[in-house]
Design a binder for this molecule. Structure first.
Ligand SMILES: CC(C)(COP(=O)(O)OP(=O)(O)OC[C@H]1O[C@@H](n2cnc3c(N)ncnc32)[C@H](O)[C@@H]1OP(=O)(O)O)[C@@H](O)C(=O)NCCC(=O)NCCS
Length: 163
């Protein structure tokens, strides 16, 4: 992981970003990068899109969100921050890039003075649930649409998840 880093989306790399694909059987679990970039364009203050590079190679895309209420009609629903999208390219998975992206988002959320990281995922064969649980996320018991809500407490002492 010597030269793994996040980069902003630029005119020079946007075409490669849009061409990035997860495995076809995983496409139902995450939106295409082009959709995420459009969402980031209309909510620039809430979205934090970044490309994951290993050396010269584009290996993934991650987008964090900041201070979004899941249910704007519920006055008790606090603003949350976390992972909005995570796409590791087909053929590049299983090498620690996903973990790097999640840790980078955690670092950014910590830098903004917050300590809870939220993510939602769809359940199903080939889905990301095992990945998030492995990284220490826990189900909150809530749902958002048809997705389950998971959270990581950055203040909690880090303990490896059971294998
Ligand atoms: C889920 C995803 C982001 C994981 O990225 P990745 O780069 O393959 O994951 P990593 O290599 O960083 O794995 C980190 C750890 O999680 C484990 N892990 C990864 N995917 C897993 C899965 N589906 N189930 C269980 N564990 C998993 C790895 O074995 C590794 O464990 P270790 O540290 O003990 O060795 C990637 O598979 C992906 O892009 N999937 C398609 C899109 C998607 O579902 N995105 C999430 C939308 S919410």
């Amino acid at each position: 992981m010597a030269d793994v880093r996040l980069e902003k989306v630029t005119p020079g790399n946007v075409d490669a970003a849009i061409a990035l694909r997860v495995r076809s059987d995983q496409e139902r679990f995450v939106s295409p990068v082009v959709n995420s970039l459009a969402e980031a364009y209309v909510r620039p203050e809430k979205a934090w899109p970044r490309l994951i590079f290993d050396g010269e190679d584009l290996v993934g895309f991650v987008m964090a969100f900041f201070d979004i209420r899941f249910d704007p009609d519920d006055p008790d629903d606090r603003p949350r921050s976390g992972l909005w999208r995570l796409n590791i390219a087909e053929g590049r998975q299983g090498r620690g890039y996903g973990r790097f992206a999640v840790e980078s988002v955690c670092e950014e959320i910590r830098r903004r003075g917050q300590s809870r990281v939220t993510v939602t995922w769809a359940e199903g064969e080939g889905g990301p649930e095992g990945f998030y649980l492995r990284l220490g996320f826990r189900r909150t018991g809530e749902t958002s649409g048809d997705q389950v809500v998971g959270e990581l407490d950055l203040k909690a002492k880090r303990r490896p998840a059971p294998s």
